[in-house]
Design a binder for this molecule. Structure first.
Ligand code: HEC
Length: 114
């Protein structure tokens, strides 16, 4: 069991290195097109409690988590505990988007919202 845990922690560590790199490489310029095509329906309007693009107050506590966490949430889906609003669906419900597309779109959102 503890072997499993240390393997898991190790995998997590390695992954966190990859995802830090991935999000460091999250390219806001490339992300704009991904955002425009896939994220505006919610993040431009604020529908269902979606944090709006450019809303610094809504994004500040989220951005504090770090871009890698935000990217993971956007890839895997996320709902603020206790929230009665909508959830962020995994990859915005578009499984054809690559992890890099999501990282780029997230980088664009973060850049535009702080
Ligand atoms: C169908 C509506 C919808 C679409 C489309 C959508 N989102 Fe979201 N997103 C949400 C909602 C709602 C939340 C807030 C969830 C919560 O905090 O409970 C959210 C939250 C997020 C967060 C913050 C996660 C966190 O940890 O606070 C990120 C990052 C994000 N979305 C990225 C994206 C990206 C990138 C796209 C486009 C590829 C996208 N979203 C498309 C509804 C949407």
């Amino acid at each position: 069991m503890s072997r499993f845990i240390s393997t898991a922690i190790c995998a997590l560590f390695v992954c966190s290195i990859c995802s830090t790199e991935a999000s460091a490489a999250g390219n806001a310029t490339k992300g704009k097109a991904v955002y425009d095509a896939n994220c505006t329906a919610c993040h431009a309007t604020g529908i269902g409690g979606s944090p709006k693009l450019g809303d610094k107050v809504a994004w500040a506590p989220r951005i504090k988590q770090g871009e890698a966490v935000l990217t993971t949430h956007a890839i895997k889906g996320f709902k603020t505990p206790g929230s009665t609003g909508m959830a962020m669906m995994p990859k915005a419900g578009k499984p054809t988007l690559s992890d890099a597309d999501i990282a780029n779109a997230t980088a664009y959102i973060v850049k535009s919202s702080k």
